[in-house]
Design a protein around this ligand. Structure first.
Ligand code: C2E
Ligand code: MG
Ligand code: MG
Ligand code: MG
Length: 277
């Protein structure tokens, strides 16, 4: 009976796998079409200096009315569509940020998938986006996830090359992946983004953030905490010495026109017309 149940489970499991695969294929097909139209847009979320409320940078976050990023980025990565999609986002972000940088000194951060970093011409693509937009390299930050950095010579070479131009590199979602602390010392990075799970209430929350912030600072890295939703959290982060914050408390991801307005109104302002929660 146990054996039969095990077999049933295997059958159910295979069916589920097949369905996941089919669903992904369907997403990829829709995404392929979407890339040729104007269905793909980019929203921008402020990243502020915690002590002053000044908007230092905005993070570019892809938007597709069909699905949230977490539901289609994995399919885009599997299929390779992340390469043209990522380039589209990068070019849009550089174009949008050029006037923001010229007027307010704002930087823009763009998420980059491992798959993009393995493209032989990745650095060329980034340089072309910068040249075409007029955004200086020093105003661009590339966000990569921890896993990317482990063991790829090509990826490291791309990042080193771009950093020589002045592009900065941030490690995104720090503390959620396979964290080897050694790579923080050895790899070409400038900024550490502490994952929002660290803000989850609990006795370990503050000591852990403090430890990560101190470690990052001792390595010369700037720290950003993600997912700051309340004034209380922002105050705690200031007390812990974290440099910057990002989250609904400071502003939701918003279309470019609203970011232009936000930057005009000056420091610490909240976005008026926010993305629905
Ligand atoms: P991420 O890079 O860690 O981006 C931050 C995510 O947290 C965004 O989700 C943002 O909307 C959300 N967020 C911001 N503030 C708060 C807050 O206070 N509370 C909560 N609960 N969430 C907050 P989003 O836009 O759904 O994107 C999800 C992920 O999809 C991103 O996580 C990133 O890994 C990926 N992604 C988004 N755009 C791109 C892109 O253009 N290229 C690539 N490769 N990945 C992207
Ligand atoms: Mg990010
Ligand atoms: Mg993140
Ligand atoms: Mg993420």
């Amino acid at each position: 009976a146990a054996k039969a149940a095990g077999k049933d489970r295997a059958v159910v499991y295979e069916a589920a796998l097949r369905e996941t695969r089919l669903r992904r294929l369907a997403i990829v097909e829709r995404l392929r079409t979407a890339l040729l139209t104007d269905e793909i847009t980019v929203h921008y979320q402020p990243i502020v200096t915690l002590r002053t409320g000044r908007v230092d940078a905005v993070e570019a976050l892809v938007r597709w009315q069909a699905l949230p990023p977490d539901a289609f980025i994995p399919a885009a990565e599997d299929s390779g569509l992340i390469v043209p999609l990522g380039e589209q986002v990068l070019r849009a972000a550089c174009r949008a940020a050029a006037p923001w940088h010229a007027r307010h000194g704002t930087s823009v951060t763009v998420n980059v998938s491992p798959r993009q970093l393995r493209e032989p011409d990745f650095a060329v693509t980034v340089r072309r986006a910068l040249l075409d937009s007029g955004l200086p390299a020093t105003a661009l930050i590339l966000e990569i996830t921890e896993g990317v950095l482990v063991g790829s010579a090509l990826t490291t070479a791309h990042l080193n090359e771009l950093r020589q131009d002045g592009v900065r590199v941030a490690v995104d979602d720090f503390g959620t992946g396979y964290s080897s602390l050694a790579y923080l010392r050895d790899l070409p990075i400038d900024i550490l983004k502490i994952d929002r799970s660290f803000l989850r209430p609990g006795p370990a929350s503050e000591p852990m953030i403090r430890a990560v912030v101190d470690l990052a600072h001792s390595l010369g890295l700037v720290t950003v905490t993600e997912g700051v939703e309340t004034a209380e959290q922002a105050a705690v982060l200031v007390a812990l010495g974290c440099d910057r914050g990002q989250g609904w408390h400071f502003g939701r991801p918003s279309p470019a026109e609203q970011v232009t307005a936000l930057l005009e109104t000056g420091t610490g302002a909240r976005l008026i017309d926010r993305e629905a929660p």
